[in-house]
Unconditional design. Structure first.
Length: 242
C-alpha cells in the first residue's frame, strides 16, 4: 500500500528549488541521492512487464533505483534487518545512553577526526564501565555497543555517541537491591511512567565529572596526542556531516 506522501514526492516538488537555493553547498553524493530517489520506480529508469499466466492480466513495473538511502527501496531490507537483529537480542535489560562532545572539542574533531573520535570512544567506555562498577550505582559489569554520529537532527556538525548498555540479574547498592528484568517495561502506574528517572540506568549527573575528566586529561597533552590542528574560525559554518 502506497503512503499518501513519500520522500520522492517531496523531492520532486521541492527538489529544484532546494538545489537552486543551496547551490554550491550540496555535495555531488547528496545530489545523486536526491536524483535517485526522485526517479525511483518511474519511467526514467525504464521498467518491465509483469503478467499473470492464469488470468492474463499484466502491468508495467518501473525499476527501482536501489540506492542505499532510498526509503522505498530499502524498506523491505530494513524490516528484514530489524527482525534479524531482534533475534540476536539477549534476554536482558537494555538502556540507551547518549554522550556528546562539547562544542569546543567538536570544532577540533572536525579537523582531527581519527584522533578525537578515538578519544571519545575510549573516554565514553571508561566512564560507563567505571560508573557501573561503583556500588553507589550498579556495582557490576555491563556490556556496551557504541555507534558514532557526527551530525545532529539539523544536519550540522554535532559529534556524539549513541550507546546501548545491557545487564541482567541483581546489582547491589547500599541499603538497596535492584533487579533488572529481561525487558524494561512501563510501570503499571500512569504517574510513574511520567517520571523520567524510573527507567534510567543511573542519574544523568553521574556522567558529568567522569566523562569530562578523562577526555580533558587526554586532550590536554599535545605531545601524547601528536598535536591538534587548530580549527578555522568558520569551522562550524563550513561543517558538513561526515
Amino acid at each position: 500500500m502506497r503512503a499518501s506522501i513519500e520522500v520522492a514526492d517531496i523531492f520532486r516538488a521541492a527538489g529544484p528549488v532546494c538545489r537552486a537555493a543551496h547551490a554550491g553547498h550540496l555535495s555531488l553524493a547528496q545530489l545523486k541521492v536526491m536524483s535517485a530517489i526522485e526517479y525511483c520506480r518511474t519511467a526514467a529508469l525504464s521498467g518491465h512487464v509483469e503478467a499473470c499466466k492464469d488470468c492474463g492480466q499484466w502491468r508495467i513495473a518501473y525499476n527501482s533505483c536501489r540506492n542505499r538511502h532510498c526509503p522505498k527501496c530499502q524498506g523491505a531490507v530494513a524490516r528484514t534487518w530489524l527482525a534479524e537483529r531482534e533475534a540476536d537480542l539477549l534476554p536482558v535489560g537494555y538502556f540507551h545512553v547518549v554522550l556528546t562532545l562539547p562544542a569546543e572539542i567538536a570544532d577540533m574533531a572536525f579537523q582531527n577526526k581519527a584522533l578525537v573520535y578515538d578519544l571519545l570512544f575510549k573516554a565514553a567506555a571508561e566512564t560507563m564501565l567505571t560508573i557501573a562498577a561503583d556500588p553507589r550505582h550498579l556495582g557490576g559489569r555491563i556490556g556496551i555497543t557504541a555507534v558514532l554520529h557526527t551530525w545532529g537532527s539539523a544536519m550540522t556538525h554535532h559529534p556524539h555517541l549513541h550507546m546501548i548498555a545491557w545487564l541482567k540479574g541483581e546489582t547491589v547498592r547500599p541499603h538497596q537491591t535492584r533487579r533488572f528484568p529481561a525487558a524494561v517495561a512501563p510501570s503499571p502506574t500512569p504517574a510513574a511512567n511520567r517520571n523520567p528517572h524510573n527507567h534510567r540506568l543511573w542519574p544523568a549527573g553521574s556522567f558529568l565529572g567522569d566523562f569530562r575528566t578523562p577526555a580533558g586529561t587526554r586532550n590536554s597533552s599535545r605531545e601524547r596526542t601528536g598535536g591538534f590542528q587548530e580549527p578555522p574560525c568558520e569551522s562550524r559554518r563550513l561543517g558538513r556531516p561526515v
